[in-house]
Write a protein that binds this ligand. Structure first.
Ligand SMILES: NC(=O)c1ccc[n+]([C@@H]2O[C@H](COP(=O)([O-])OP(=O)(O)OC[C@H]3O[C@@H](n4cnc5c(N)ncnc54)[C@H](OP(=O)(O)O)[C@@H]3O)[C@@H](O)[C@H]2O)c1
Length: 312
């Protein structure tokens, strides 16, 4: 049965879609912008042995979500706006509605349980964040993810939580500075972060979606080692065969950059997150990628080599 992927055109969602399609599973891609969905569907179709549907829908559209979840067996829950906390609640409500409808449909036809014993229940796989485990983290983003997790756990549906550390792909924001000035600008450039390859998150998600063995499990997903921005800059320099300079931003400069890019409450939360990084709270590695996927997590060096053209 169909796996619904929210945030389908985003960093993690598109990688989950690729993996499910390669495994011959039917997918339904959800995001707002029809053009991005159309392009992604076009990329996926040549490898598809089952349906690849694309449904443009806003996560704030209750009825649209209910329609989009019809026939869903599992949902990858990716929300990205802490200023719209209703998105997770609406997704959980739509999944509950579909679970009830599926149970009725089955009772009306042949009755009985699904072979996996889950009844008609939709499996929710929630993309959260590892910061939720940090007792010192009390910023908007972390509180929002904790509440999202609570909603999923209390939904009455089978669930799996994915808690990644920072994505390696966040360093793509350095690409223009590297290309144009051979420079990386960072706040807390010496602080180490056990960042994770989004493809490893996607592999964990694809393994979990619809698999009862993952019900009730929480996967803490990090890379194999913690690296500072200075060390990542050094690795990128070696890869590109050029010298790169790391320019350390002051707190005021970092704050100004965040305020220029994000709404005020989000900028404040991201600054708090940066301070926790500087205090060393993001350096621990976790075994979640190996446990969920059966293989070692990807190194930053490998991720960077695979994305070399973005920096060159
Ligand atoms: N980046 C990190 O380091 C990091 C670390 C830990 C956890 N996370 C978590 O990862 C999640 C983000 O995942 P991501 O980076 O893969 O996403 P992303 O690349 O930011 O993409 C967001 C996706 O959601 C869709 N979207 C956004 N608003 C929507 C709306 N109102 N209705 C429907 N679709 C909407 C976007 O497409 P449209 O714009 O077309 O709608 C896009 O497909 C967040 O929950 C974040 O907290 C991130």
């Amino acid at each position: 049965m169909t796996v619904v992927i929210t945030g389908a055109t985003g960093t993690v969602g598109r990688e989950v879609a690729r993996r499910l399609v390669s495994a011959g599973r039917p997918v339904r891609l959800l995001a707002r912008r029809a053009e991005g969905l159309r392009r992604l569907r076009g990329e996926l179709l040549p490898a598809a042995r089952a349906g690849v549907e694309a449904v443009p829908v806003d996560l704030g559209d209750r009825q649209g979500l209910e329609r989009a979840l019809r026939g869903a067996r599992a949902v990858l829950v990716v929300t990205s706006d802490p200023l719209s906390p209703e998105h997770d609640a609406l997704l959980v409500a739509a999944a509950n509605r579909e679970s009830t409808a599926a149970a009725r449909r089955r009772d009306g036809t042949r009755g009985g349980e699904r072979p996996d014993g889950t009844g008609g229940a939709v499996h929710l796989v929630k993309l959260s964040a590892l910061a939720v485990t940090d007792p010192y983290a009390d910023d908007l983003l972390t509180r929002w993810q904790r509440e999202n997790e609570d909603r999923v756990r209390e939904s009455g549906l089978p669930w799996t939580l994915l808690r990644p550390r920072a994505f390696m792909s966040n360093t793509l924001s350095w690409a223009p500075g590297i290309r144009d000035e051979r420079t990386v600008r960072a706040y807390g450039g010496q602080a180490r972060n056990a960042c994770v390859d989004p493809r490893d998150i996607a592999e964990a998600a694809a393994a979990a979606l619809g698999d009862p063995a993952h019900h009730g499990r929480t996967h803490h997903l990090t890379g194999p080692e913690a690296l500072s921005a200075a060390e990542q800059t050094e690795q990128l320099g070696r890869l590109l065969d050029t010298g790169l300079t790391l320019v350390e931003l002051s707190r005021a400069q970092a704050e100004a950059a965040l305020r220029a890019r994000w709404p005020e409450p989000v900028a404040v939360a991201l600054l708090a997150s940066a301070e926790r990084l500087r205090a060393g709270s993001k350096a621990g590695t976790e075994p979640g990628v190996a446990r969920a996927t059966g293989r070692v997590p990807t190194s930053f060096a490998q991720w960077a080599a695979d994305h070399r053209t973005a920096f060159a």
